[in-house]
Ligand binder design. Structure first.
Ligand SMILES: [Zn+2]
Ligand SMILES: [Zn+2]
Length: 1140
């Protein structure tokens, strides 16, 4: 503080000289001779006040104090402070203690403040009066707040012995204010105005009320009104006018009340002086009609005065009323109907009434200062947003005591608010009852815009309190996500205008459209204050179901992981009938990868996804980013339409429809199914979380670019490219993008070049441009390395008129090429739906290295049933790209085609392979039923379905194998013990396995079906307990194998033929309990290919009675059983046969 400190403490003379110079310059009327008398009066006043504290330490002058002018306080005092001339240190200590354990007390400065108390801000025109109070000296005026104003103080010169100064939180000097503690000390004695010589004629409220309603011959009389102040409204300031209303009543509370509108600027300061319960006289009132209202009200005239009522100074005025009432009693007027009344509440939206009450309490916390939300007495919430509380806002902070008159109490408003809320509307005033001892919190204070979005929400969008409270929370969450990197806080909360919409409002708009009924009228401030019964936005409310929330991306990611692991249960992933037959490696392989898709509806309330779209050069994918972190995402413009516009980078994306995908990778060592509930066997868990959504479902909002650059990259924000130096010329080039290749890690980098180019891309999928061997081009001279400073833009069709209107199509290999043995073109491209996704460990069947096996169903218009194909992804292409989920439709570009030893075609990822997801998996995975076919349809080669269901009849059993194998090494275990020695298997668990081969026919063709494990029990028609007992009998020998040869079903058994077990199985397999009709769901044993042509039907000789004959017999179809259902109608097969 650089005030006028005394140069030499202890030197009274020096102090006095400085004081006199200050008074002369700052307080004496400017341009006049030095006023020695005034200086002496001021110093005497200071001295008296100083000595009144009692501990003046023998000093007659407060030498440690210095005078401060309004200007110095405004310009030099940057920190909140207080000054108490009349207080001893002990008093100050006690005062500071009251700041409470959490609050920081205002630091004490030793300053002397003097000035004139006025309601005139600067110039002397009356229009400048708006009810505010100022301290003025020669250097300027300073806003001040005072708790109990005496109107007679106005215009007088005071010493302010106790005050605190709060500089502007907006960092703009001159906006601070003074809070005046205690009564100011007049420098000149105040003249007490003598009472009127003759008693003032007054009317009382009863008569005043009747005067309004009756035509009176005293129309031109401006009566004086006397009565008790019942209540008064908030000070309403509109662009046109500022006013408030006071209500005077008789001595009994139930008597007539009469309202008086005060709107003369010079009288607005009365608002600070009024005290409910006291009696007043208002002089020279006039009757006026309110625009838009039918009835008339009392108003003050410019010459009206507010006087305390002294019974001895008034006499009642006798007035005669004549004629009929001009209008009905305003109190019995029908209330103008509002749309809220017309709205019939549904059964689930219960309309509640708030309670009007008065409350006095202390603000204990600031919940959201710009939104006007505070905590009262640690148990209530206070919302000041429904009043114009700009003046109050700077004063209200923890420690302030408030008296709330006619305030609404709302309970259970919902929307995440739990405590009861007190919210004053314009009807009741909020009275300051005590200033805070605390230094204001800086949390929000530096960020309050003058006209904020919050005010707009209440006054223009007409939000009810429950919605308003929810919106403030949502805006707080959004600010946490976006400020300050994307936007400054005040930018985010700024007033929204049509040409300059607020980002916060744009994000909330889709929800507000649903929550706010259209066509809500604006608030009528006069009605809100005057009408009975009372009607305002706080009067009726419905509990709000929280519509949604805006979680941070970090929260969403963590919550997704938490839920994915909470729901991870090996026993649900592997149902017991199947799991009980799996050896250890298979069990763990099946658990190695699983996924979960969370929809917003899985959360309550539903989350809304919000973030800035940024590219991740490290991971090669797009990410959403907010202040908390980032989340990988997979976007489609709309189904089948990939994202192509690079301008989306840096945009704010808001989506309420999305899929939150968690891919779980588990490294486990479960010895067998018995241990599946023991989590100790899980060695490593990893989850990959990302979101996928359609841009068509999202709201794209652009954000200021310069701010964004600093947020998303470490490089400083780039301005417009500067003119290049030397021979470099900035240029743009147009390129046609023919194809993309996979992202690869490279171990060299090109030094940055000085030139700046814009790379224009036009995407087209002409297969003629596609090189079949792209890697061969890598060393080619025409290779262009994209520089860091280049920008890529999507060229418009106008740039290339000749390709206008060409819709790029993705190149696809023909299905014949794909499934044939032709290797002229070993790179294939196709789109397909992913059927399954399996992680395979090295050593497991078919896999040499760690790899992912995708089984895909090729998409083709030519085939009724899509052929299936396996696609393998091996290191270094692991982990696989995002979105390769069962049910997703994916375009694979340039996969390498290979053929297995068993002549199955399969594909592998290679460096040039590129993957594009075309369609996300459906939200609800309802598995389509398998097609029901005749077996003969399978003879149509690659037109046959890969999986299907057929109603057929078991003709005979070819073989049956029942074994017990070691769960670890799959050796056969006689007596349930693994025979392997040195090294012995780590666990001695054995699992049973079974397989049966059957001949089935459905009247159109025959097929050989292999059923495994739990399917065997179904084929044999055994219930679970019978099946378990049967397997227990096999445990002793470890293996029972039966071969049935020929149509007579001769038995070949590994065991003794006459053993009871063998006999039982033989009898069972030749009985009608097995040889029966059934509904068989199956898949082909081999995937279709064109490498081995279909076997032609061959001639076979049959003996029928005496005569042999030849007939063409189709080759047997080989099927693997998926599941078996019993035939519901035993006669149906007969009917089928007869219909053929
Ligand atoms: Zn109200
Ligand atoms: Zn073993």
């Amino acid at each position: 503080m650089a005030g006028c400190r005394s140069g030499a403490p202890g030197s009274e003379q020096a102090w006095l000289e400085v004081a006199q110079a200050f008074i002369q310059e700052t307080l004496c009327p400017p341009g006049k001779e030095p006023d020695v008398q005034l200086a002496q009066l001021v110093i005497d006043c200071v001295k008296t006040t100083w000595l009144s504290q009692g501990t003046s330490q023998g000093l007659t002058l407060p030498l440690s104090y210095s005078f401060v002018s309004v200007k110095d306080l405004r310009t030099h005092q940057r920190l909140p402070c207080c000054s108490h001339l009349s207080w001893s240190s002990t008093v100050y200590q006690a005062w500071a203690q009251e700041a409470g354990p959490r609050g920081v007390p205002l630091p004490r400065e030793r300053l002397l403040l003097l000035g004139t108390l006025t309601d005139l801000s600067g110039n002397l025109e009356q229009e400048c009066r708006n009810g505010s109070l100022y301290i003025r000296d020669n250097t300027g005026a300073l806003d001040c707040e005072l708790i109990d104003l005496d109107l007679s103080w106005l215009g007088h010169f005071f010493l302010f012995p106790s005050w605190s100064y709060l500089p502007s939180p907006m960092k703009s000097p001159g906006e601070g204010h003074v809070e005046l503690w205690g009564t100011p000390v007049p420098v000149f004695p105040l003249t007490i105005s003598p009472g009127p010589l003759t008693p003032i004629p007054v009317v009382y409220p009863e008569m005043a009320s009747r005067l309004l309603r009756y035509r009176s011959k005293h129309r031109n009389v401006q009566p004086n009104l006397a009565g008790n102040l019942i209540r008064f409204s908030a000070l309403v300031k509109s662009q046109k006018k500022a006013y408030f209303v006071l209500f005077l009543g008789g001595s009994s509370p139930a008597g007539t009340q009469v309202s008086v509108i005060v709107q003369v600027p010079a009288q607005l300061v009365w608002h600070r002086a009024l005290c409910p319960g006291r009696a007043y006289v208002l002089t020279e009132l006039r009757v006026s009609k309110l625009p838009g209202h039918r009835y008339r009200v009392w108003m003050t005239s410019t010459s009206s005065q507010l006087l305390p009522l002294k019974p001895e100074c008034v006499r009642e005025l006798e007035l005669e009323l004549a004629g009929v009432p001009l209008e009905a009693d305003p109190q019995s007027l029908p209330r103008p109907s509002s749309p809220q009344d017309k709205k019939r509440p549904g059964p689930d939206c219960l309309v509640r009434d708030s309670i009007l009450l008065s409350y006095t309490g202390m603000v204990t916390d600031t919940l959201n200062q710009p939104a006007g939300l505070y905590e009262l007495d640690r148990k209530l919430e206070l919302c000041l947003a429904y009043q114009q509380f700009r003046g109050l806002r700077r004063v209200v902070r923890p420690g302030v005591r408030l008296e709330l008159q006619d305030v609404h109490l709302l309970q259970s408003v919902g929307g995440g608010t739990r405590r009861p809320i007190l919210a004053p509307c314009l009807r009741g005033a909020v009275l300051l009852r005590g200033f805070s001892h605390q230094v204001p919190e800086t949390q929000f204070s530096h960020q309050v815009p003058q006209a904020s979005l919050y005010e707009q929400l209440v006054w223009e969008h007409q939000l009810g309190l429950p919605i308003y409270l929810w919106v403030t929370k949502a805006l707080e969450d959004l600010a946490c996500k976006l400020c300050p990197h994307v936007l400054r806080y005040h930018q985010f909360l700024k007033y929204s205008s049509p040409g300059d919409p607020s980002l916060g409002l744009q994000i909330l708009a889709p929800i507000l459209e649903v929550l706010i009924p259209p066509g809500c009228p604006g608030r009528n401030t006069h009605s809100e204050i005057l009408e009975e019964p009372h009607h305002c936005p706080l009067q009726k409310y419905t509990q709000l179901q929280t519509p949604c929330f805006f979680p941070t991306l970090a929260f969403l990611k963590e919550e997704a992981k938490r839920r994915a692991w909470a729901s991870f249960d090996p026993k649900t992933l592997l149902p017991l009938p199947e799991a009980s037959h799996l050896p250890s490696w298979q069990l763990n392989q099946r658990l190695a990868w699983s996924w979960q898709c969370l929809l917003p509806s899985a959360f309550c309330p539903a989350p809304v996804l919000l973030g800035i779209l940024v590219p991740s050069s490290r991971k090669g994918c797009l990410r959403l980013r907010d202040q908390s972190g980032s989340l990988s995402c997979l976007l489609l413009a709309q189904p089948l339409q990939p994202l192509t516009d690079p301008r989306l980078i840096g945009c704010l994306v808001r989506a309420d429809r999305f899929q939150l995908v968690i891919e779980r990778n588990v490294r486990s060592s479960f010895p067998s199914w018995k241990e599946l509930s023991t989590t100790d066997f899980i060695q490593k868990k990893q989850a990959r979380v990302y979101v996928q959504f359609l841009l068509a479902d999202a709201l794209i909002l652009s954000v200021p670019r310069p701010v964004l650059h600093s947020a998303t990259s470490s490089t400083p924000p780039r301005t417009e490219p500067s003119p290049p130096e030397g021979p470099h010329i900035e240029q743009s080039r147009l390129f046609l993008l023919s194809h993309k290749e996979a992202l690869m890690k490279r171990n060299f980098s090109v030094p940055p070049s000085a030139s700046s180019e814009t790379l224009m891309l036009f995407e087209e999928g002409g297969s003629s441009c596609v090189s079949q061997h792209p890697l061969e081009l890598a060393g080619c001279a025409s290779c262009l390395t994209v520089q860091d400073e280049w920008t890529v833009e999507l060229a418009s069709s106008q740039d290339i008129p000749e390709v206008l209107g060409i819709r790029p199509t993705l190149p696809e290999s023909s299905l014949t090429d794909l499934l044939s043995g032709n290797f002229a073109d070993s790179l294939v491209s196709f789109s397909a739906e992913i059927v399954s996704h399996l992680w395979m460990k090295p050593g497991s069947s078919g896999a040499v290295r760690r790899c992912v096996k995708l089984t895909v169903a090729l998409e083709t218009a030519d085939y009724k049933f899509p052929p299936h194909l396996d696609v393998y992804i091996e290191d270094p292409h692991l982990p696989p790209p995002l979105g390769l989920l069962p049910g997703a439709r994916v375009y694979f570009h340039q996969l390498e085609k290979r053929v297995s030893r068993s002549h199955n075609v399969y594909c592998c990822f290679r460096s040039s392979t590129c993957v594009q997801v075309l369609h996300f998996p459906p939200d609800t995975t309802v598995s389509a039923p398998l097609p029901h076919i005749y077996l003969a349809e399978l003879l149509q080669g690659d037109k046959a379905p890969f999986r299907a269901t057929a109603s057929c009849h078991v003709v005979s059993v070819f073989s049956l194998h029942l074994l017990w194998v070691c769960a670890h090494c799959t050796s056969i275990c006689p007596q349930g013990r693994c025979p392997r020695q040195s090294p012995a298997c780590p666990t001695q668990t054995s699992v049973s396995q079974a397989s049966i081969r059957l001949l089935v026919e459905d009247g159109t063709a025959e097929a050989v079906v292999t059923c495994r494990n739990h399917q065997v029990a179904a084929v044999l028609g055994l219930c679970p307990s019978e099946w378990t007992s049967l397997l227990e009998f096999v445990r002793g020998p470890g293996k029972v194998a039966l071969q049935f040869t020929g149509p007579g079903a001769q038995l070949e058994s590994s065991a003794e033929v006459d053993e009871p077990l063998t006999l039982f199985l033989w009898t069972l397999c030749t009985s009608f309990s097995v040889l029966r009709p059934m509904v068989l769901s199956f898949e082909l044993e081999r995937k279709p290919s064109k490498i081995i042509p279909l076997e032609a039907p061959r001639l076979q000789r049959f003996q029928c009675g005496e005569s042999p004959f030849l007939t063409r017999v189709n080759p047997k179809i080989r099927l693997s059983c998926l599941f078996i259902q019993e035939h519901e109608h035993p006669n149906a097969l007969g009917a089928l046969v007869s219909s053929c």
